[in-house]
Design a binder for this molecule. Structure first.
Ligand SMILES: [Zn+2]
Length: 468
């Protein structure tokens, strides 16, 4: 029998806070349990930094533009309406069919999940945990560990994949708030109970165990309403609070996690049947250069758009850059075309592999941006223009959940959102600490354990955790 896999998904826990608590020894149980295990201090998440993109990445080793998981919402050009996974769309239906046979769910039979968005495996729905999450109650930690332990004991699934969400409390109290610290501390206190149940179910340490956060968050205090912005500019955008077909619209704007903006435009002549294309975006009839128009807004840091099949432009108020991809060498190049560097990279411009880009940028302000921005445009569901919110800003819309106060958001490209951590242990996992990886590398490690290295080799995931 193959080694069982247990994925413990902490939703929206800021990586820097967790790592600080772990390294300072505040998380005694985790430190002890993972003493012989593997620790990644900077695990770069998937852009956009929302659970949909991270889950698609972890189960397949691909980025959001390839899995089609650009967030909980997108605008469908075909249906001329906003599609939302909580209401009128299903993530498992949109997940790229070409990758379906190459996911963790395909590799590992008999899995049970709790809190997943892409419902491919058997899903346990815990309404009490859902309520705790919505109320921002820390009881969610105990409840999730209790039920996960029960599932392990009773069902012994080959893969147990469950979330414990700190999303609400991060949004409401702030990314490094006392509430989030207490959440992490509580997780550490209760973790031994889960280990006890797993040891009992699978045999002492005889399973692959991963603990990670899907993305972080960024503190915000100001909001830019993108549909209202489009209206002010004379567009007729799809209304985000009524998911209905609207033939008369000529644009749509929405955010995911509130800090990535996706903007869609009808072709000025052919309407929604055709994408406007780069030239039109930079010279839209009656409006001019849409990218330049957008980055004039204080709440927008960068605007991205696909130039052609092999390049994507990066525009900020101060300058413009271009990302190019070469399929023969599988390398990317980024260079500043005018003004100052919109990504503040200060890296010599040359062709580099995905691994080289990760190494060069994981500790920068916008980790892994070159590789991940290029790849997000591969899906139809992506906007014609993608926006990254400026520091302190998000794209919250008035219809959105009325949080008492919204102190942090995510979805964007900042380090605070992009960088998390991974803890791993198991029979083949080596004892080591490494400086960086991608979150999707978890996929490569599991695939290698299941003798499916070739599947991971076709993806962006890299195996780093196993003993040689
Ligand atoms: Zn969230």
């Amino acid at each position: 029998m193959q080694t069982p896999v247990v994925l413990v998904w902490l939703d929206c826990v800021a990586g820097d806070l967790f790592v600080e608590m772990y390294k300072k020894g505040y998380l005694e149980n985790l430190v002890e349990i993972f003493e012989e295990g593997f620790f990644v201090e900077n695990a770069v998440s998937c852009f956009p930094t929302v659970s949909e993109a991270a889950e698609g990445g972890i189960i397949s080793g691909f980025f959001s533009g390839e899995t089609n998981m650009v967030g909980e919402r997108y605008f469908s050009r075909k249906q001329q309406r906003i599609k939302h996974y909580k209401f009128n769309a299903r993530a498992e239906k949109d997940f790229n069919p070409k990758l379906r046979r190459k996911t963790l769910d395909a590799i590992i039979e008999n899995s049970v999940a709790m809190g997943r968005i892409i419902h491919i495996s058997e899903e346990v729905v815990d309404l009490i945990a859902t309520r705790y999450e919505r109320e921002g109650s820390l009881k969610i930690v105990e409840r999730r560990i209790e039920i996960a332990s029960k599932i392990a004991a009773e069902k012994k699934p080959n893969m147990l994949f469950f979330t414990i969400s700190a999303d609400y409390i991060s949004h409401v109290y702030g990314r490094r708030s006392n509430m989030v610290k207490r959440f992490i501390k509580r997780f550490d206190e209760l973790f031994p109970y889960l280990i006890e149940a797993l040891d009992e179910a699978y045999g002492n340490g005889n399973y692959l165990l991963f603990v990670f956060s899907d993305h972080g968050s960024a503190n915000v205090s100001k909001h830019l309403d993108l549909p209202a912005f489009l209206s002010e500019e004379g567009f007729n955008p799809a209304i985000p609070d009524l998911l209905i077909e609207r033939r008369e619209t000529n644009s749509a704007a929405l955010s995911n996690g509130r800090r990535i903006g996706l903007l869609y435009f009808a072709h000025p002549e052919y309407g929604w049947r055709r994408r406007p294309g780069y030239k039109v975006l930079r010279n839209y009839p009656g409006k001019g250069d849409l990218l330049k128009l957008l980055v004039q807004e204080e709440g927008i840091e960068q605007a991205f758009a696909r130039k052609d099949r092999r390049s994507v432009v990066v525009v900020s108020r101060e300058g413009e850059g271009i990302i190019e991809y070469d399929s023969r060498s599988d390398k990317y190049r980024y260079r500043v075309v005018s003004g100052s560097d919109p990504l503040n990279y200060e890296i010599e411009s040359r062709w580099m592999s995905e691994e080289e880009w990760l190494k060069a940028t994981y500790d920068k302000e916008y980790p892994d941006a070159v590789v991940q921005i290029y790849n997000i445009f591969k899906t139809e569901n992506c906007g014609d223009i993608v926006l990254n919110a400026a520091s302190g800003w998000d794209f919250w819309e008035p219809w959105d959940i009325p949080y008492p106060e919204l102190k942090a958001s995510h979805g964007g490209l900042s380090r605070d959102e992009m960088v998390t951590f991974i803890l791993a242990k198991g029979p083949k996992i080596r004892k080591s600490e490494i400086g960086y990886s991608r979150l999707i590398d978890i996929f490569a490690t599991i695939a290698a354990c299941y003798n499916m290295r070739e599947i991971a080799a076709d993806s962006h995931a890299t195996e780093r955790m196993l003993k040689q």
